[in-house]
Design a protein. Structure first.
Length: 151
């Protein structure tokens, strides 16, 4: 019984992380989990790099532990916070991280991750994350409208 109590948080995060990954896989209509994992990692890394470190931590905090680890994998804060001037720059950075023809196109990867995020966090949290992105990449989210950032 004591062992179950210690491992319960890990079991819960495994279940939640699997829900996120399967959601991305369904959104992409991907035949394998590796494509979904690559899409999630590339998109989360690009989002993380858009934000200053405090915002990146807030972004990661809205995800299950294993997905959060994907967000900070290979994180180098000194090289982060590179604002994309346009949607094409944002998508090109995702494409650079995907580095394979066996994965979805970058816009499909971003759309899938954003759609799954929208289903798993509160509308207010989605709005907070979206508002941290530049105007053009925000349009990749379901609904595609621009959200003005309140500072």
């Amino acid at each position: 019984m004591h062992g179950e109590t210690l491992l319960q948080p890990f079991s819960q995060t495994l279940t939640k992380s699997e829900q996120w990954m399967k959601g991305v896989q369904r959104e992409l209509d991907a035949g394998n989990a590796d494509s979904a994992r690559r899409a999630m990692r590339a998109t989360l890394h690009d989002m993380r790099d858009e934000f200053v470190p405090d915002e990146a931590a807030a972004l990661a905090g809205r995800r299950p532990m294993l997905v959060r680890d994907h967000c900070f994998e290979w994180c180098r804060p000194a090289h982060a916070s590179r604002r994309a001037g346009c949607q094409e720059q944002f998508l090109q950075r995702i494409a650079d991280k995907l580095q394979s023809r066996c994965v979805p196109p970058p816009q499909e990867a971003a759309n899938a991750v954003f759609a799954v995020t929208t289903r798993h966090v509160t509308p207010g949290e989605v709005e907070d994350v979206r508002s941290m992105l530049p105007r053009e990449p925000q349009k990749l989210w379901p609904g595609g409208k621009f959200i003005e950032r309140w500072s």
